[in-house]
Design a protein around this ligand. Structure first.
Ligand code: PLP
Length: 429
């Protein structure tokens, strides 16, 4: 039985917080450090549900930099720069492919996506946007129009016109029933059919995630993204890469685009960028920025000095402390553990996938029908919580996305717990 305080806090949220789901939120998180969150019962939990605290919760260097920044200035002046903002702009342009000449800071990922399509439309004079099934790009009206999950756009009335949706390369459930070994990226050739049949011949841009996060941690096969980039170039379509969830070390590279040396025309980043302090950004080539009139960008809190300080120190920590390499090593260890589990429980683990510390196990009732098996994920999540591991997953995909500073011991413990709770669930039938 939770304490009175916990019950009171949950009741307050249920009564007053519109974005609170009592059925899904049984704990109140009070503190966090490194890869651990602590609830109001004092229970310490290894956090496998993160997509933001890339350098770990409350990293001491980040805390110190923010404390220092707080004494300087909290409000950025619209139209004026400030030292962390200027320095961060340079760092972002240096860190990303050299065709991306400038950066625009905003407060959230959805805003960056919104701007990317507006600018692509203005610069090209074309209006259609190609997006992908299962894609999730945020919550603004433009974002939900792009989203490729019906539940992310249902019943808000007409969405933005001019969006075409194409199948994402979800090879475990290929919508064309093809096999990767022989398909020769049929799904990219299929884009020509979409252009010929669904478009008005006026596609300004395509937007794609290097892996689909909210959509179920779905990773395209190697070679897909470079081929898509080439297709976009051949068709004179602006290539927008949405790295809001995949950047700042998450996949074991600073940016996921580094895995295959992609050179998007526009790049959206966010989430782990501020590691808890809201900041996101859009990078683009000169000709795209040039389509805007002076003063058309801007915004109340974009380029805020606190947020820029946070992003600067996040980059420093990732680089100085070898966290990107660490992410690759721990990710490889966990992936191997999960692949062994898949071999052992091949009847119910249909797919294991991921890069760096964005990993997933997809549970099915039957390997042939691939019918989703959410109950087992629920069972493992509940039982893991009792043993100090927090798995945020709902549905039939168990995702493992800890803060990138998770230690080898913590990763091993979390994998041991998942393994033993899975064994328990299977033997209990
Ligand atoms: C790939 C991707 N793009 C954009 C967004 C929207 O970002 P934000 O929630 O910061 O608006 C999300 C949010 O989950 C995302 O996963």
């Amino acid at each position: 039985m939770p304490s009175e305080r916990t019950r009171d806090l949950l009741a307050l949220s249920a009564t007053c917080d519109a974005d609170f789901n009592p059925a899904a939120s049984e704990i109140v998180v009070e503190r966090a450090m490194g890869a651990v969150i602590v609830d109001t019962e004092g229970r310490e939990l290894i956090d496998l549900s993160d997509i933001i605290a890339n350098v770990g919760h409350c990293h001491p260097r980040q805390v110190e930099a923010l404390q220092q920044a707080l004494t300087q200035m909290m409000v950025g002046k619209s139209g004026l720069t400030n030292p962390p903002r200027a320095q961060l702009a340079e760092r972002m342009v240096d860190l990303t492919p050299d065709n991306l000449s400038k950066v625009y800071f905003v407060t959230g990922g959805g805003e960056a996506v919104d701007w990317s399509i507006r600018i692509a439309r203005r610069a090209t004079g074309k209006h259609e946007i190609l997006s992908f099934w299962g894609g999730v790009y945020g919550r603004t009206y433009a974002n939900i129009s792009l989203n490729g999950l019906m539940r992310r756009r249902r019943q808000f009335g007409p969405v933005m016109p001019g969006v075409l949706h194409a199948p994402y390369p979800y090879c475990y459930r290929c919508p064309f029933g093809k096999k990767l070994e022989t398909c020769d990226f049929f799904c990219i050739d299929f884009l020509d059919a979409i252009v010929n049949h669904a478009s008005t011949g006026d596609i300004a841009a395509l937007i794609i995630e290097p892996y689909q996060g909210v959509g179920g941690l779905i990773f395209p096969p190697d070679g897909y993204l470079p081929r898509l980039q080439a297709w976009a170039e051949a068709n004179d379509i602006v290539f927008i890469l949405d790295e809001i969830q995949s950047s700042f070390g998450r996949t074991g590279q600073m940016f996921a685009l580094e895995w295959e040396n992609l050179r998007p025309d526009m790049l959206c980043v966010g989430k782990g960028m501020g590691s808890g302090i809201s900041i996101a950004a859009l990078l683009a080539e000169d000709w795209l920025w040039d389509a805007l009139d002076p003063g058309e960008l801007g915004g109340g809190n974009g380029g805020n000095p606190l947020a820029c300080t946070s992003a600067l120190v996040v980059i420093d920590i990732l680089q100085d402390e070898g966290i990107v390499e660490h992410t690759r090593a721990i990710g490889a260890y966990l992936l191997e553990r999960f692949r062994k589990l898949q071999a052992q429980y091949s009847a119910i683990i249909g797919d294991v996938r991921g890069k760096g510390l964005a990993l997933a196990l997809e549970f099915v009732r039957d390997p042939e029908s691939k019918e989703p098996y959410p109950e087992i994920v629920r069972h493992i999540s509940r039982a893991s919580y009792e043993r100090g591991v927090y798995i945020g997953s709902r549905g039939h995909i168990l995702d493992v996305r800890p803060p990138l500073v998770i230690s080898q011991e913590q990763a091993q413990y979390a994998a041991d717990v998942i393994e033993s709770e899975l064994a328990e669930a299977v033997s209990a039938g």
